[in-house]
Design a protein around this ligand. Structure first.
Ligand code: NAD
Ligand code: MG
Length: 390
């Protein structure tokens, strides 16, 4: 039996993970499930998977969780410390699928116990990649990428010498507005930005796909996880979302990873690694698809992609600043305070102002310095939003 835990079990990635685990009760023994406000889902899955412990991130929901699991032999807990404690419970495999920088501390705690961390939470690589990888190496833990592009790169690299890689291409669907003229984007609504043409994902990453902040994060994630230089990493718009990533070798050969746009492939690959096992994903008919198209990701249209390059050049805590700024800008867009295109303007303005400030970028990356950078960045972005309103 493989002992597994899921951090962020009630989200989009979490639910796909629950689905795969539920299909094979004979293979898995579930240690911890964590969630946020969706207590009914958390309790239902904790019962279905017979988890040892269910944890909500919110202290005020502890009683509700306790009631939902009354009479069951399942421990309940709440709050940030409980979340981190759940991540350190012995397990062979832990899914890191909390959204946002909130996933960093539990992810770090999880690698310290060794074993495998299946990493969907890209924010932990963007904000603190060197720290996470170092802690994993020290503890003998293995990190397996779960983002579809990074799982694709990882699979294309299997058995290859990374020194023989010339370039990598990650694809982007282009999100909800890929065919809309730039002049229309100032007035789009939250509902319009939340509709993804190909993938069914959480709301935040779906809007990040439309703004290309998701791809910006993924470029940085590629650099941090695989150690490629920024110049080696390319982005192409690929509206069909069938080719997830391409690795180009020095002899000109390209290895593409293809599959249906279903995160259960990347999750299942990480769950079964180093083996491959049957997965309940669609088998593609390439003849029915007929054509796959690719086009340049317009650097004028997508400011987020340009900002990712700046962040990679700067290094240090600039990833933490970038992530916090884009998370906070998204909060303001969701609340109706700012327009869609203002998100990237505000992230750029915040990066500039923090960079010209107090030497934050050069500080060593620790959980504390990332937390500090995150905090001051959010405050700075709020100041800019207020200035715009006034
Ligand atoms: P989601 O919003 O659907 O789910 C997020 C999960 O995190 C939920 O369980 C929620 O309860 C929990 N959570 C939210 N805030 C929390 C907090 N402050 N503390 C603790 N838990 C909290 O998100 P998602 O789309 O499943 O994405 C999860 C992660 O996976 C993100 O980092 C995202 O970028 C990455 N990812 C997602 C997809 C996808 O298809 N959804 C693909 C690639 C990568
Ligand atoms: Mg992705």
């Amino acid at each position: 039996m493989k002992r597994v835990s899921i951090l962020g079990a009630t989200g989009s990635i979490g639910q796909s993970t629950v689905d795969l685990i539920r299909r094979h009760p004979e293979r898995y023994d579930v240690a911890a499930l964590t969630g946020g406000r969706n207590i009914a889902q958390l309790a239902k899955d904790a019962v279905a998977l017979n988890a040892d412990v269910a944890v909500t991130a919110h202290d005020d929901l502890l009683d509700e969780l306790r009631r939902a699991l009354a009479g069951r032999d399942i421990e309940v807990a709440a709050g940030q410390a409980a979340l981190t404690e759940a991540a350190t419970r012995p397990a062979d495999w832990i899914m890191s699928a909390i959204v946002g920088v909130a996933g960093l501390a539990p992810g770090l705690a999880a690698v310290e116990r060794g074993g495998i961390l299946a990493l969907a939470n890209k924010e932990s690589l963007v904000t603190a990649g060197p720290l996470l990888l170092r802690r994993a190496a020290e503890a003998g833990a293995t990190i397996l990428p779960v983002d579809s592009e990074h799982s694709g790169i990882f699979q294309a690299l299997r058995g290859e010498n990374p020194d023989e890689v010339e370039r990598v291409i990650i694809t982007a669907s282009g999100g909800a507005f890929r065919d809309s003229p730039l002049s229309d984007l100032g007035h789009v609504t939250v509902a319009e930005a939340s509709a993804h043409p190909n993938w069914d994902m959480g709301q935040r990453i779906t809007i990040d796909s439309a703004s290309m902040f998701n791809k910006a994060m993924e470029i940085i994630e590629t650099k941090e996880f695989f150690g490629f230089t920024p110049e080696q990493i390319e982005v192409l718009i690929h509206p069909e979302s069938i080719v997830h990533a391409v690795v180009g070798f020095r002899d000109g050969g390209l290895m593409a990873h293809m599959g249906a746009p279903d995160m259960r492939h990347a999750i299942g690959y990480a769950l079964n690694w180093p083996e491959r096992r049957d997965l309940p994903v669609e088998r593609l008919s390439l003849s029915r698809l007929g054509t796959l198209t690719f086009r340049e990701a317009d650097p004028v249209r997508y400011k987020a992609l340009r900002l990712a390059r700046t962040v990679m050049d700067l290094g240090g805590l600039s990833g933490a600043v970038f992530n916090a700024a884009k998370e906070r800008a998204l909060d303001h867009f969701l609340n109706g305070h700012i327009g869609f295109l203002e998100m990237s303007d505000l992230v750029e303005g915040t990066l500039d102002s923090i960079l010209s400030g107090d030497g934050l970028i050069d500080a060593e990356i620790t959980l504390e310095t990332v937390g500090h950078a995150d905090h001051v960045t959010r405050e700075q972005l709020d100041v800019m939003v207020r200035r715009r309103a006034g």
